[in-house]
Design a protein around this ligand. Structure first.
Ligand SMILES: C[S@@+](CC[C@H](N)C(=O)[O-])C[C@H]1O[C@@H](n2cnc3c(N)ncnc32)[C@H](O)[C@@H]1O
Length: 346
């Protein structure tokens, strides 16, 4: 006779894997139907369904699901946005992340519906994912990148840069591949005198400039359009900031790094903010999984831990200090490089 297994396995994490797409379907549907925009003030499911022209019963099911996910609060018969939904999911908010989340979901899951075929046969013969070197894609992304940068990433950059002993002496900074340019703008406006330059692809700069001017009446932030693989980056920088954008320099990272080094003043500081994969590229999970769809298309573009720091040293930076910090973008490696000269003692 067989005996029953004498084990008590905690397999709850497997349910969470099954549930993950459910959460996204609920959120995507609510974003598409502009549910959050209407729940700034409390509404019952019946009132909301009248406003949306939707099925009353299923509108209530949707609202209950969003409440269970912590995006709405239920009070009696009415539903209202939580703080997170109010700030990040209402289209009228300056920190609306709905556009970015929808675009991320496409980038992160493209091709996954045929995953068995891809695992069996290898990457599709024709590239099927978004072309991340396409200027138009980044141009369209500028407005949602701006909201993302205003939602805390800009302030995070300020905290990092302000903790540098060189901070008070900075006069000019470069936000390299900065997209909407808000991170550079936060840095510049947090400093009494520093001016800034956003460097990005020409079509992106066209969209970024009016966004920057909304906040920068003194014109402390300028825009320099170009491709960092081909063009010069300007000169005289005391601080260079590059976050989540050096992937497109990967064909020859050392070449771009040498240009960054050359564009900086003696004693200048270069802060790189990128993921660093380790343990044979299986960790951190957030980055491994977030970029696994392109990896299946043979476009595994994430950085290894130490890759950027090595390139900084090859380019002639005197010293690199690296550390991993927890961010809204998961664990991020900060590689802080110093150029010889100035008052930094190298
Ligand atoms: C993921 S966004 C990151 C934006 C910003 N640094 C941030 O952290 O929010 C990548 C940026 O790199 C820029 N980029 C891509 N290829 C580039 C190139 N060859 N030269 C300059 N910028 C480039 C894109 O236009 C886009 O703005």
């Amino acid at each position: 006779m067989k005996s029953l297994p004498d084990r008590k396995i905690n397999f709850h994490s497997l349910y969470e894997i099954v549930d993950a797409p459910i959460r996204w379907h609920l959120l995507r549907t609510a974003l598409n139907m502009e549910v959050f925009g209407r729940l700034e003030t409390p509404l019952s499911a019946a009132d909301l369904s009248r406003a949306l022209g939707s099925h009353a019963g299923n509108t209530e099911v949707l609202l209950k699901g969003l409440t269970a996910m912590g995006l709405l609060r239920k009070n009696g018969d009415t539903y209202v946005n939580t703080e997170l939904a109010r700030l990040c999911l209402c289209p009228q908010s300056e920190t609306y992340l709905g556009g970015m989340l929808k675009s991320l979901s496409v980038m992160r899951t493209q091709g996954m519906e045929n995953l068995e075929q891809i695992v069996l046969n290898g990457p599709p013969a024709q590239e099927s994912g978004p072309d991340l070197e396409n200027q138009s894609l980044w141009k369209e992304a500028t407005s949602y990148l701006g909201a993302y940068q205003r939602a805390g990433v800009g302030q995070e950059a300020v905290e990092i840069a302000r903790s540098l002993p060189e901070w008070p002496g900075f006069n000019k900074m470069l936000d390299l591949g900065g997209g909407a340019g808000m991170i550079g703008l936060y840095l510049v406006l947090a400093h009494p005198k520093m001016k800034g330059v956003l460097f990005d692809l020409p079509k992106v700069c066209e969209n970024a400039l009016p966004l920057i001017r909304e906040y920068d009446s003194d014109m402390r932030m300028q825009v320099l359009a170009g491709d960092y693989n081909e063009d010069q980056l300007g000169e005289g920088y005391d601080l260079v900031w590059a976050s989540l954008n050096l992937y497109y320099a990967k064909k020859d990272l050392n070449h771009v790094m040498a240009k960054i080094h050359q564009a900086m003043n003696p004693g200048g500081v270069f802060i790189s903010y990128h993921e660093g994969l380790h343990q044979g590229r299986v960790s951190p999970a957030f980055h491994v999984l977030g970029r696994i769809a392109p990896a299946f298309r043979a476009q595994d573009f994430s950085f290894d831990q130490g890759e950027i720091a090595d390139s900084m040293l090859k380019a002639g930076f005197a010293r690199v200090h690296s550390k991993t910090i927890e961010t809204v973008n998961g664990p991020i490696d900060l590689d802080i490089a110093r150029k010889k000269g100035g008052n930094n003692g190298f």
